[in-house]
Design a protein around this ligand. Sequence first.
Ligand SMILES: Cc1ncc(COP(=O)(O)O)c(C=O)c1O
Length: 392
Amino acid sequence: MSKNWRPATKLVHGGTLRSPYGETSEAIFLTQGFVYESSEAAEARFKGENDGYIYARYGSPTNDMFEKRMCMLEGAEDSRAMASGMAAVAAAVLCQVKAGDHIVAARALFGSCRYVVETLAPRYGVECTLVDGRDLANWEAAIRPNTKVMFLESPTNPTLEVIDVAGVAKLANQIGAKLIVDNVFATPLFQKPLELGAHVVVYSATKHIDGQGRCLGGVVLSSKEWINENLHDYFRHTGPAMSPFNAWTLLKGIETLPLRVKQQTSTAAAIADFLAEQGAIAKVIYPGRADHPQADIIAKQMTGGSTLLCFEMKGGKEAAFKLQNALEIIKISNNLGDAKSLITHPATTTHKNLSDEARAELGISGGTVRLSCGIEDTQDLLDDISQALKGL
Ligand SMILES: Cc1ncc(COP(=O)(O)O)c(C=O)c1O
């Protein structure tokens, strides 16, 4: 029955485990370990003969609820909750490669994700080729006989490029490689990578899933088979587990995900349309607009636009800084997906570690600004941007 629930119902009730006290809200089990009724019971637990918990680094009830709820939403068989989005990305990549393997990844990745595939993996003998992910021919050309992993983010941070997930998954399947999709920007509501053929989905739960700026979290979702064969032991023995307190916070956050994302997306669409008409703006990139360069792929693989938009100020860095500094409601921050609207200048913050050339390849200039829309009143946000533009 619960399988047929629509997302909003799954996000309130999915995976709930109630203690004998019958609490309404999910309980937090802040415990490191568990006790056993007898030596025989402990032995049986360690042999895997019963399903109980062993140690919070392996799993615990609050985390279990979060993992099950995420599985229901994503349509995944299994998942592991991690301490941050980056713990999830690093685990998803590193748990399945060995020296001599090869990774193909889109070059438009969040900076830390790029570090994992471009800098960290090669230190352990895993080579990586970065491609312009917008063209499937580039993925195909980069494939080698030893390619084991393909990795992409779509829409990308910050320029909201879109990659054909089903197309890349098809190429991965032809060579038995596994496609990992970082679905942070799309949210689990607007894009279902597993249905499009991806093998593994990762989230920074820090973003829309918490959505209220409180705690870090991440999650890796896939088939039971992939998790058992690749992630299960890596997760237990390297220790990236999420704190049960954070799992509880995220369980409460995820209940309101559809309400927040709906409001944030309708505001983002309104602001994108408003900015597209302003003389100070050279370009607006928004996945919900007909003029998005990959509007055809968006129509194929996404069911909504985005809570984020990206735009280019004609006056470069100086104008971008002036605009950000003049805003009253919208705050300057590198975070995203929050209830509060947040604005970022990627070239000097989130993407400052890239070379000038790499930034240019990704379309990030001094004038590029990323806006993550919150749940404030849409008109108040439009008024805030309007007054800041007038002061330029
Ligand atoms: C696309 C993407 N992936 C992963 C991460 C990493 O998430 P966390 O900060 O929770 O480690 C971020 C953070 O901004 C992100 O934007």
